[in-house]
Design a protein around this ligand. Structure first.
Ligand code: SAM
Ligand code: SF4
Length: 474
């Protein structure tokens, strides 16, 4: 049965809460999986439409039926058809774990007395970033607890600091942020430092459930967090990342709520989120939640393809919270960015003793501790092109995922050649011999898929990279 149509033509109100839990549950409880309907919904997504909440509910309710494989297949097809085989790589850098909030799932929360508190000094940030550059990283996400020390001015300072750290051929070309919600002025201050994406995860979109987990500090305020990215937009940051922490409430609810958040941003600001994150709760020091809503691997492998189809124009981020096996599998369903060589213990990129000593400064345990080189090796093995591309952001082409998705020929003209060029740089500067060998093979294979003139100019640029030039892009 089709439920009442969403009022997408009526613009949402800016900076007003937009989640109606009853509405979301009505969609979940009243939408039946019907073979033809599911196929129509998949076809709409493949036809490059963002799905409505009702259509998303159709997919959600088809999981566990014999239609499940068709949904996965659809997500795979969308990824292959629209995005191709590039995977963008990044690393998180935890700047400080001081926090005034009391989120029951997080090792940084104020009530966790076992946690050792630390903010990296500027010198330590320099050492960490140099170590990341030595591994070949070009894109970072800086992560902070919520604390008066991490003011917008401080965050902006760390962003500028990171951009200025260069070692040999190493440099960070895009700095994203995962930090607490700011007011409009604060977002403006951070935006002026030249950030890429500002991420804020709602954790759970269910207002009641939100109360169970957020017991103190500013983060208690559900609506302040829900409207955070509206304020970012008002401040001129149009590149924002949304997310839910899966395991706090029913995963089906969160999936529909992410779609609702998307259509809210589209309606108010004419631009949807740049990325969607879907972290699952992982072991943290003194984790204090029951497992009622825990998302199994099986459910996780359902929600990823649904999200891919529901919001086909966004980047999807998958982190080292997940095991290599899970990562390998869900990568096919449309993930566009993963981290590699991740270390969460503060200061451990430059000094492995910080990791080995287990100083209780990390937020949670990761499940994929492979080095960047190992991650790249596996991507190449599976015919992906690992990419460090930052071209759109640097050319002022914001919203690159949207452009990849909507501009015909964009990927072949820009994304694939730029992925190839950043991989060539990586090979020349950082790769081991076996990785280099695999890398050049993948490059050669993909060069042949380009139009003649683009192939020619990409080959010319590769030669210039081999001769020592860097940062060449289209
Ligand atoms: N303090 C800021 C905040 O809360 O938004 C930003 C950084 S917080 C360190 C980044 C994200 O980590 C949170 O939004 C949450 O989704 C995630 N996280 C917290 N505890 C986690 C856990 N135990 N397992 C997996 N992810 C977790
Ligand atoms: Fe602090 Fe963020 Fe952890 Fe909550 S999730 S305790 S706000 S660092």
């Amino acid at each position: 049965m089709r439920f009442k149509p969403e009022k997408l033509s009526i613009p949402d109100q800016r900076m007003k809460p937009f989640i109606d839990p009853d509405e979301i549950w009505r969609f979940i409880n009243n939408t039946k999986p019907d073979k033809q309907r599911v196929r129509d919904v998949i076809a709409r997504s493949l036809d490059k439409n963002r799905l409505t909440m009702e259509e998303t509910a159709v997919l959600v309710n088809s999981m566990g039926t014999d239609l499940e494989d068709e949904i996965r297949h659809g997500a795979k097809e969308l990824k292959e058809k629209v995005y191709g085989n590039r995977i963008v790589l990044f690393a998180p850098l935890y700047v400080g774990n001081k926090c005034t909030n009391n989120c029951q799932y997080c090792g940084f929360r104020i009530s966790n007395k076992e946690a050792v508190r630390k903010t990296l000094t500027d010198d330590e940030i320099v050492r960490e970033v140099e170590a990341l550059e030595d591994n070949g990283q070009k894109r970072l996400i800086l992560v902070y607890g919520e604390h008066p020390e991490y003011s917008p001015e401080y965050i902006a300072h760390t962003v500028r600091l990171v951009y200025n750290i260069k070692k040999d051929h190493g440099e960070i070309r895009r700095v994203n942020i995962n930090a607490a919600p700011l007011d409009i002025e604060g977002f403006r201050t951070v935006g002026e430092a030249g950030i890429g994406t500002y991420q804020v995860f709602q954790e759970t979109y269910h207002p009641e459930a939100y109360k169970w987990y957020h017991l103190g500090g500013k983060k208690k305020d559900y609506e302040w967090r829900l409207t955070a990215l509206d304020r970012a937009q008002e401040a001129g940051i149009d590149d924002v990342g949304i997310g839910a922490l899966f395991g706090l409430y029913d995963w089906r609810f969160e999936v529909l709520a992410l779609v609702r958040h998307t259509n809210h941003l589209e309606a108010c600001y004419n631009v949807g989120p740049h990325t969607i994150s879907f972290p699952r709760i992982k072991d943290a020091l003194s984790l204090n939640i029951d497992g009622r809503y825990q998302v199994s691997d099986d459910d996780f492998k359902k929600l990823v393809p649904i999200l891919r189809l529901a919001v086909p124009y966004t980047g999807m981020i998958l982190t080292a919270r997940e095991t290599p096996d899970v990562r390998r599998e869900v990568l096919q369903y449309g993930v566009s960015q993963i981290d590699g060589g991740t270390k969460l213990e503060l200061g451990s990129y430059s000094d492995s003793r910080n990791e080995e000593q287990n100083l209780n400064r990390e937020q949670f345990k990761i499940n994929d501790s492979r080095s960047l080189s190992e991650v790249i090796d596996e991507l190449l093995e599976n015919d992906y092109i690992p990419s460090f591309c930052t071209s759109c952001y640097r050319m002022g082409r914001t919203g690159e995922h949207f452009m990849e998705f909507s501009v015909p020929g964009f990927i072949k003209r820009f994304c694939t050649p730029n992925a190839i060029l950043t991989l060539s740089e990586y090979i020349c500067d950082y790769a081991t011999e076996p990785v280099a060998e695999k890398g050049w093979k993948v490059i050669e294979k993909n060069l042949k898929t380009l139009d003649e003139s683009v192939e020619k100019s990409t080959r010319e640029k590769i030669e210039r990279i081999k001769n020592g030039e860097r940062d060449l892009y289209f």
